[in-house]
Design a protein around this ligand. Structure first.
Ligand code: AMP
Ligand code: MN
Ligand code: MN
Ligand code: MN
Length: 282
């Protein structure tokens, strides 16, 4: 099949206000429809709370919808994101990973606030907690407060100076081990996709090691593209996807109209005919 023949505008990686996205699930689905997306997944960080609303809206709009969530994990002390797709919301194992990660998020936020206090900043925990409301509390909330209070110029600076993985020290590796999470979730019919593999501090050799572990532990795919990766990175990921027999997934990682994010349904073009697409039968 040629790339043109197999071309279908899908987006299997997006965020709503239920994590650190800017749009409600309804607004996000409407935007996907406007962008002519034909298959869509909502993948909030460590939350499935937006799925019912998104699914309902997708149904009204005639958009094919896939359950998703982006889970925080770690591998050799490196924080890694894994997108789970096409699961049953009632799945106990998935619910238990999500609940555990939500608890870790709250504990981590307290410790992040303490870390900032040690650096002479005000205690932002209560405000960050309030700002998050019923969304998943995370570093973007602290970043927003730091910007609003004029303590840094923009979110990027907030991550550079205070919140980036390098700045977090031990708080970097609070997440459950990748092996453990894959152990809990594999073999239950859902797709387990390594998110944005080129965004981690890994050489290609280390990335290969990660993919070998990931496949061995029950991972089923990788994102060959998630946003505006360089075309040569996408080509490399296509090759790795084939070499490790991991299916290829794709998404925008859209968070909202501002910042570095791609539009819903937009990402660097992939060679769909050269990989085994995760959405082939969806
Ligand atoms: P957390 O889930 O709390 O670890 O926060 C990670 C989130 O912060 C990512 O999913 C991004 O949306 C956001 N993020 C990471 N780096 C930056 C950055 N340099 N500038 C703005 N947002 C960022
Ligand atoms: Mn995010
Ligand atoms: Mn991510
Ligand atoms: Mn994401």
């Amino acid at each position: 099949m040629s790339d043109a023949a197999s071309y279908r505008k899908v987006d299997l990686h997006t965020h709503s206000i239920r994590s650190d996205g800017k749009l409600t699930p309804t607004e996000l689905v409407d935007l996907a429809v406007e962008q002519q997306v034909s298959l869509f997944a909502l993948t909030d960080h460590d939350s499935v709370a937006g799925l019912p609303e998104a699914r309902q809206r997708a149904k009204e709009q005639g958009l094919s919808f896939i359950n998703g969530v982006e889970l925080s994990t770690q591998w050799h002390g490196i924080p890694l994101h894994m997108v789970a797709l096409n699961f049953d919301e009632e799945n106990q194992a998935l619910q238990s990973v999500v609940t555990q990660n939500q608890k870790i998020r709250l504990e981590r936020a307290r410790r992040i606030a303490d870390l900032l206090v040690k650096q002479g900043l005000p205690d932002l925990y209560d405000e960050a907690f309030a700002l998050a409301g019923d969304s998943q509390l995370g570093r973007p909330h602290f970043a927003r407060l730091l910007v609003e209070k004029g303590l840094v110029k923009d979110a990027n600076k907030a991550f550079d100076r205070y919140l980036g993985n390098k700045r977090l020290g031990k708080l970097r590796d609070v997440w459950p081990e990748l092996e453990e999470v894959l152990n809990q979730l594999s073999g239950q019919g859902m797709e387990l996709i390594l998110a944005h593999p080129k965004r981690y501090p890994l050489t290609v050799t280390k990335l290969r090691r990660l993919l070998a572990d990931f496949a061995r532990w029950g991972g089923t795919g990788i994102e060959v593209v998630s946003g505006n990766e360089k075309p040569d990175h996408v080509r490399l990921l296509e090759k790795l996807s084939t070499q490790f027999s991991l299916k290829a997934s794709a998404g925008s990682d859209y968070h909202g109209p501002f910042g570095p994010w791609m539009q819903v349904g937009k990402y660097t073009q992939i060679h769909a005919s050269e990989v085994d697409l995760v959405w082939q039968d969806w």
